[in-house]
Each structure stands twice: as C-alpha cells, then as structure tokens.
Design a protein around this ligand. Structure first.
Ligand SMILES: C[S@@+](CC[C@H](N)C(=O)[O-])C[C@H]1O[C@@H](n2cnc3c(N)ncnc32)[C@H](O)[C@@H]1O
Length: 247
C-alpha cells in the first residue's frame, strides 16, 4: 500500500476520520474573509478538495464551486457529494485555469502537500494566476518552529458494528524544509483489529518564510486559527489562517 493510502485505497474512511471537523464553520469563515477582503465574485476553487466538504458548504453560501485534487478516489467521493460541481484531477503545484476564480481555498493544512519550498512557490504562482483581480486565497498553515513532536490527536467513531480509531501527529526534525504528517487508522470488528499507518511528506515552513514567499504576489493577512470568530493572529500560536488578496 502506498504511503498515501488514506487518499487512495482507504479513501472510504476519510470522512469518518474527519467526522469531528467543523466544515460548516470553516467554510463560513472563508466566505466571511472573502466578503471582507475580496472582490465579491462567486467563482470558487477548492485546492486539494478531498471528498469536497468545503465545496458542499460554500455552494450553500451561493458560490459556483470547483475542486482540484491529485487523487482520483477522493474526487470520485467529492463528485458523489456535490454532483453539480466541476472537479479536476491535478497537482496544485502546477495547474492553470481558462476562467479565473474569485476565491481559492486550501484547508486542513493541505498546502503543505506541496512537498518542498520550490513546489510551494510554484503552488502560490499557480494560485496567483488562477485568481481574478482582487481575488482571495484562503488557507491554513502550521509553523514548523511550533511543531511539538510529542503531540498526537486521537479520536474514535463507531459505525455499525465497527469501531474506528484515528490518530494524527506532525513530526519535524528541527532542520530543513520537510516535515511529516503521521496518520493511523484502527478498525475493530468482532474483537479483531486491523491497523494502517500512513506517513505523508510535506513542506515545512515558518510563517515568516511563508509571508516572504507570498508578499510579491499578495497582500497578506494572518488570523488566529479559529473558525467561529475573526481575530488577527497575535504572533504566539503555530497555527494560522492566511488570507491573501491578489496584488
Ligand atoms: C488532508 S486532505 C484535505 C482534504 C480537504 N481539503 C478537507 O479539508 O477535508 C488532503 C488532500 O490533498 C490532496 N493532495 C495531496 N497532494 C496534492 C497535490 N499536490 N495537489 C492536489 N491535491 C493534493 C489529497 O489527495 C487529499 O485529498
């Protein structure tokens, strides 16, 4: 099984893994940021859209949504969830569009799937080109210098006769521009437990570096990683929402 099995062979478990994520609140906050900073246009693209939860909720806010993801099984689930939206298979680090967007989102730290700093820059360039004048790019990020390798999140969900336990943790060696996201899934059925472990290679960056990459292309605003209120980032926490307005 590949080290991205969660997005391929195990994609059917993805929504269960994310059952405790408040997608309506995340989507609404992207909409609020776009209302505050954007051009009021309604064309939306979700990068690394996965199974399409943000698309489902942004459609309800009146957007005309599209999604892009590199894994076909995730897109197939997104299409089932949002049959009226357009989905394309592609790499967010190298994409172009015929008809630009007003709002581009990339959530659940997916921008870190860019892999290294050069690819991250390439992703930002692609996003910039894909936005209309005054368009907004909204995403969340983790600062490598705030990663605590000892921290792990775990939660369990019951589905029918099966009990699922999902785990996730960041790991950063302390040097360079690579970090990993470790994910585990345990499925217990009739006292028999199956376990899968994924390790995802991602780009490690600090907020200072990221702001430097963004600055030539966008006016950048940072907010605390809270989706039910809009609060400027105070400089202390290692998670933030980036709201970037195309220059
Ligand atoms: C953590 S999931 C997030 C999905 C969704 N945004 C959400 O919030 O639930 C990460 C997604 O990124 C996709 N992905 C990884 N690398 C990518 C790339 N280079 N280009 C586009 N999508 C990518 C994966 O296939 C997966 O669906």
């Amino acid at each position: 099984m590949s080290d991205n099995a969660l997005y391929t062979d195990l994609s059917g478990y993805y929504d269960l893994m994310c059952a405790d994520i408040n997608y309506p609140a995340q989507s609404h906050s992207a909409h609020r940021f776009h209302q505050l900073f954007g051009n009021q246009g309604k064309r939306h693209l979700d990068l690394a859209c996965g199974t399409g939860p943000h698309i489902e909720y942004l459609q309800q806010e009146g957007y005309l949504c599209s999604g892009l993801d590199i894994n076909l099984p995730m897109l197939s689930l997104a299409k089932l969830r949002c049959p009226n939206s357009e989905f394309s298979l592609g790499n967010m680090c190298d994409f172009s569009v015929d008809d630009p967007f007003d709002l581009i989102t990339c959530f659940l730290y997916s921008i870190h799937y860019s892999g290294d700093t050069a690819q991250l820059q390439s992703c930002l360039n692609s996003v910039h080109q894909a936005l209309n004048t005054g368009g907004v790019f909204c995403f969340n990020s983790v600062d490598k210098d705030h990663i605590d390798n000892q921290l792990a999140a775990k939660h369990s969900v019951k589905q029918g006769q099966d009990l699922f336990s999902f785990g996730s943790s960041w790991h950063y060696s302390g040097e360079g521009d690579k970090q990993t996201l470790k994910l585990s899934i345990e499925k217990t059925h009739n006292n028999v437990t199956e376990r899968w472990v994924d390790e995802h290679n991602m780009v490690a960056t600090s907020f200072v570096t990221l702001q430097g990459l963004l600055a030539p292309l966008f006016d950048v605003h940072l907010f605390e990683h809270e989706h039910d209120k809009i609060q400027p980032w105070g400089g202390q926490t290692g998670n933030a929402i980036f709201v970037c307005v195309k220059k």
